[in-house]
Design a protein around this ligand. Structure first.
Ligand SMILES: [Fe+2]
Length: 436
């Protein structure tokens, strides 16, 4: 019997489940290759954003490699200050690792509802959630079952997701503390390894490129916002992982939600990492035109987007863009969309405004903390915003946009950030804003 070493923990610890047991469990839950959709023929005809791609193999530490890092940083700046999205290649995660995790994710999300109910992240419906008691189906560890979110015109979602929390910390392996389904439990080492690589290797490099953009000392963002300190839950960067599995909505429901499988929204994260996939469904609301554009596929690539936290930390210079998921073209019908997501967050007490950065770049651009913003921490923003998504009062609106909500002097999603004259006063004139 072989045992797997747990990556990223101090000391040598082994995961106490042997390979033979893992194979038995895989057979029991029909763990198999996830079949991706073929590329759509209509990819040439739709409006695609060709995201800039960073080749992370060109990133090397050391002063002798500064000019190479500066070249990468220039691309990062162009993308993150406009679309808020960028693609990464040669990031150190192999196609085999992605395939392996996708096969586990597929079988996890296919677990029957009676098993899902034993491992719920929150309530069965968003509107029934008592968020004073839990993080809810949105953010908590475990399943968000299908039909949890209320969309519009009485339609409910067709997405199953399973969330992981604290993958960066030893507690992730504590089975007294966590209630994992049998299948997930047997694959904790690979799941932890994936998310730890994303955090400690890929994210660290990306934050160093952002330091260059913002003219901060090397490692400033990493050390002050994202670094993980073992067993220190206050002073550590965080993140939560997700297996997310989209099934088609039926035709009637699809009409009622204008083909939106997941409505336009911004993430509250620092950075979000998703696996690129061939199914043509992810759209970004174009920074320059406000029109929806598809994100093309980068085989083996990661797509990264800025979330609210990095937008606020940079005083709005980096854009937490609105994105959504729509039904794919006809030739990809019948295929499911499976995404591995890492929502990467700064430490809970991190202040979400640009003052702590003292960035010469932002100062030169005249970017500071807007007067109407309350001083808030990541924890405050994340908790309040987490309460809103999937709520009928927010989502049941006539057009693309949800009803806007004002939290701590900031709109919960900035749908009009590209309009030069758009401000809070203007928003109040044009929209019915829910004030909390
Ligand atoms: Fe998102």
């Amino acid at each position: 019997m072989t045992k797997t070493d747990i990556v990223g923990l101090k000391g040598s610890r082994s995961f106490p489940i042997g390979q033979e047991d893992v194979e038995k469990v895989d057979l029991k839950y029909n763990v198999r290759h996830f079949k991706e959709a073929p590329l759509s023929k209509s990819a040439q005809d739709v409006d695609l954003i060709d995201l800039d791609t960073i080749d992370l193999s060109l990133f090397k530490d050391g002063p002798e490699n500064l000019s190479a890092r500066k070249e990468l940083a220039a691309k990062v700046e162009k993308s993150l200050s406009t679309y808020g999205f960028i693609a990464l290649e040669n990031h150190g995660i192999s196609i085999e690792e992605f395939d392996h995790l996708r096969s586990i994710a597929q079988s996890t999300c296919e677990l029957p509802e009676e098993i899902q109910k034993k491992h719920l992240a929150g309530a069965m419906k968003s509107d029934l959630e008592d968020r004073s008691k839990s993080l809810g189906g949105e953010r908590g560890a475990g399943f968000k079952p299908r039909k949890y979110w209320s969309m519009k015109n009485g339609v409910e979602d067709s997405i199953v997701l399973y969330n992981f929390r604290e993958m960066q910390q030893p507690k992730f392996f504590d089975t007294d503390h966590n209630n994992y389904p049998e299948l997930v439990l047997h694959h904790l080492p690979e799941i932890a390894t994936y998310f730890r690589k994303l955090h400690n290797e890929v994210l660290r490099k990306l934050t160093i490129l952002c330091d260059i953009v913002l003219e901060l000392p090397k490692g400033f963002l990493w050390e002050n916002y994202f670094k993980v300190v073992e067993d220190d839950y206050v002073n550590s960067g965080h993140g939560f992982g997700r297996f997310m599995f989209y099934d088609e909505l039926n035709k009637e429901d699809e009409k009622k939600v204008d083909k939106n499988w997941l409505r336009g929204h911004s993430d509250s994260t620092g950075f979000t990492f998703i696996t690129s996939q061939p199914i043509l469904s992810l759209q970004i609301r174009d920074y320059f035109t406000g029109k929806w554009k598809y994100v093309g596929h980068k085989p083996g690539g990661l797509i990264v987007n800025i979330g609210d936290s990095m937008e606020f930390i940079t005083g709005g210079y980096f854009k937490s863009s609105i994105h959504r998921v729509v039904s794919p073209p006809e030739d990809q019908r019948g295929y499911r969309r499976l995404v591995l997501i890492y929502f990467c967050n700064p430490k809970y007490p991190a202040v979400l405004d640009p003052e702590p950065l003292n960035s010469p770049k932002l100062q030169r651009l005249g970017i500071g903390k807007p007067g109407e913003w309350d001083k808030i921490t990541f924890k405050e923003w994340d908790e309040e915003k987490g309460r809103l998504f999937g709520k009928k009062a927010v989502n049941d609106s006539p057009g693309d946009e949800p009803n806007l909500v004002l939290l701590y002097g900031r709109l919960h999603e900035r749908w009009h950030q590209a309009e030069s004259k758009f401000n809070l006063e203007e928003a109040r004139k044009r929209f019915n804003i829910i004030e909390i």
